[in-house]
Design a protein around this ligand. Structure first.
Ligand code: CA
Length: 443
């Protein structure tokens, strides 16, 4: 009974003093910081020059060294072994109560001025450290839950019938490639592949000419279960460690030739970029909002994918945007152009819990550090599309850049950045930090 109560408490989101909008940190500049106020406390992995990787959190323009705080006795002893690792995997195998104790202890040392002297030696300017993949990623899958994206893309191929008949019954996904996931800042080397223009008789092997981005969220898995077991939807939030930004770079010309009959393969697996900080499920608790009602006439989800509480507070109030700065724009000191702006909760037809439950519904085992992409999160209105394929309507309507250049797809030298902020009335907004890449010529 105690375990089931604890599970229910976790699933129903704990909002506590660490989410108080009035909370203030003694660390300089934190209370005004757009991404990392003390209400956020994201987790990640960093290194200082010439040193091994350590676990940290972002606080304002600083990284606080959690491995160091633990060694100095400033965090609960139970966390010390997990915080001495070089990935977050051991930490997110611990139960939710122990992980919440980390959030509470970190919040306490960063808000209590009496702890300032002890903590300052473990604060480093963010520019002075390198950020790494937060987890050893065992597996990566990518979903397709952005219904407006699925509709926009479907219309390019099937104007009268854009959504396939399974879409509103099954959270559609495919297996991605874990080895080519990198953190923000990694170069985007233009992929090469088989391309067959519509009027050509034969394919050629050539650099991609229709390179695109996809604006997505990534869901990090916490905890493990055995092969053959499933995850009841009521327990799914127990298995969500947190969320990041995810750019599923896509080679549209390679994709068009290869995707039938088994779906995307080399058009996606050349690189996936993520934002390096894990915005924890605990930090996101206030931003869990009601899933928009299914339109009249849509089928109800099957019972194993349905939970009234999940519908009431299971999706995320997160503002999303993508910006582009060409090499010429950066050279002339021009600001990046906003390509799109939308929200996660308007875009997602299926909730994070439904994604997680569906993934394990056949008995597939999910493990700590697995990454699940949501799929491109385009909104319902023009200006909220999450890919250039949609913005340029398949390459027919170019975007005009402030430099006078035009873009249907990404050119070498282009810098593409994804942005996300969890926002809700009455709470301090928290940001994700950038998810960025600059396109380099094919090798
Ligand atoms: Ca995708």
């Amino acid at each position: 009974m105690a375990a089931s109560r604890a599970r229910r408490g976790w699933r129903s989101r704990v909002i506590d003093h660490t989410h108080d909008a009035a909370a203030s940190s003694w660390v300089e500049g934190v209370d005004e910081h757009p991404d990392f106020p003390v209400q956020n406390l994201p987790l990640g992995v960093f290194s200082r020059e010439g040193e091994t990787r350590r676990i940290g959190s972002a606080i304002g323009d600083y990284v606080v060294d959690l491995t160091g705080l633990a060694e100095a006795g400033l965090l609960p002893d139970a966390l010390c072994p997990a915080l001495s690792e070089q990935t977050l995997n051991a930490l997110f195998r611990l139960d939710a109560a122990t992980r919440r104790a980390l959030r509470h202890a970190l919040f306490a040392v960063l808000t209590d001025p009496a702890r300032q002297r002890a903590v300052v030696p473990w604060l480093y300017p963010a520019q002075s450290v390198e950020l790494h993949l937060p987890f050893a990623i065992g597996d990566y899958s990518d979903f397709y839950v952005g219904i407006h994206h699925a509709t926009n893309i479907g219309k390019l191929f099937r104007p009268d019938n854009p959504l396939l008949p399974n879409y509103k019954h099954v959270p559609i996904g495919y297996h991605g490639r874990a080895s080519s996931i990198r953190v923000s800042g990694a170069p985007v080397i233009r992929p090469k592949g088989q391309i067959k223009p519509q009027n050509a008789d034969h394919p050629t092997y050539a650099p991609c000419r229709r390179l695109d981005y996809e604006l997505e969220l990534g869901i990090w898995i916490a905890g493990d279960h055995a092969l053959g077991e499933t995850i009841p939807i009521a327990d799914a939030w127990d298995r969500i460690a947190g969320v990041c930004l995810l750019n599923d770079w896509s080679a549209r010309d390679i994709q068009a030739w290869e995707y039938q009959p088994l779906g995307p393969f080399l058009s996606k697996s050349f690189l996936t970029t993520i934002s390096p900080w894990v915005i924890t499920a605990q930090a996101l608790a206030p931003f869990r909002v009601a899933q928009p009602a299914r339109p009249e006439g849509d089928p109800a989800p099957l019972p194993h994918l349905w939970d009234a509480q999940d519908q009431a507070q299971g999706t995320l109030s997160i503002a999303l945007s993508a910006t582009l700065a060409s090499a010429a724009m950066r050279g002339n000191g021009m600001a990046a152009l906003e390509l799109s702006r939308g929200t996660a909760h308007e875009a997602m037809y299926w909730t994070p819990a439904q994604i997680v439950t569906h993934h394990a519904s056949n008995g597939c085992d999910l493990h700590t550090g697995d990454l699940l992409g949501t799929g491109t999160l385009s909104g319902p209105a023009p200006g909220s599309e999450g890919s250039l394929m949609e913005i340029s309507q398949g390459g027919q309507h170019p975007v005009l850049l402030p430099s006078g250049e035009q873009r249907c797809f990404l050119e070498d030298g282009d810098e593409l950045t994804l942005h996300a902020r969890a926002m809700r009335e009455g709470y301090r907004a928290i940001g994700f930090g950038p998810c960025r890449g600059i396109v380099e010529q094919a090798r």
